[in-house]
Design a protein around this ligand. Sequence first.
Ligand SMILES: [Fe+2]
Length: 307
Amino acid sequence: MRKGVMRPGHVQLRVLDMEEALGHYRDLLGLIEVERDSAGRVYLKGWTEVDKFSVVLRETDTPGMDFMAFKVLDDQVLEQLQGELVAYGCQVEVIPAGELNGCGRRVRFEAPTGHVFELFADKEQTGKWGLDAVNPEAWPRDLTGMKATRFDHCLLYGDDIDGTLTLFRDVLGFELAEQVVGEEEEKLALFMTVSTKAHDVAFIKHPEKNKFHHASFLLETWEDVLRAADLISMHDVSLDIGPTRHGLTHGKTIYFFDPSGNRSEVFCGGDYHYPDHPTVTWTGDKLGKAIFYHDRQLNERFLTALT
Ligand SMILES: [Fe+2]
């Protein structure tokens, strides 16, 4: 049952060199640089996003994800879910309003897979970038790079995905849109949604806790994904795989790496989900096809290149 969690709100990523990272997230992906804070973090957003920012980059000496946050409907929902997280047994920490510029208080908790998540209800709304609120044009004229429209989801690797499924489904109201199951019906991968998207966050079972696989950004068309592939070659960016299609979610995709080794995805299309839809299941013996629908086999990097 939906509980008032709306959508992914932001992800904070660790990068080794901020200027190189901006060459990736701003100039190549085409995210809009919004501002920098007193801690040196840089805030960015996709041009269609109404909130002030969705990606925060923090320079440090190890890559990976600090946390991913979901926006909830209002403060009452935030209070309610904070209480339910505590009652469920999560360690909950409240981050005060303003710790991220323009963001209200955040309720932070750790999932059984070791990843840090946050909920928040308020963030300054600055509107779609470069467009008027009234009579908006189709798109801003001065976009760069891949022209990423929004931060869409993360794929995360961790050990206790059964525990994380229970937490996200029973406490936070996510639905299991798609899954991969093994021979004993054990869960190998979860694609979870709180919207009509095929996934808002996904998990793959892995022996270590708290590993980051990719942050994904939505493009409009398959032509845009091909154009992204051209840009990856033009700028000699490290390519993982693609352009190709996923079996899971059926999105059309390309994976590549930022200069710190964090994987990015841009994609378009794919399945949709409503609360009455049954979970789509892929079986472990078809994992290659589930991940890379055309190649029908995994590349080693997909399982091992994590930050
Ligand atoms: Fe993805």
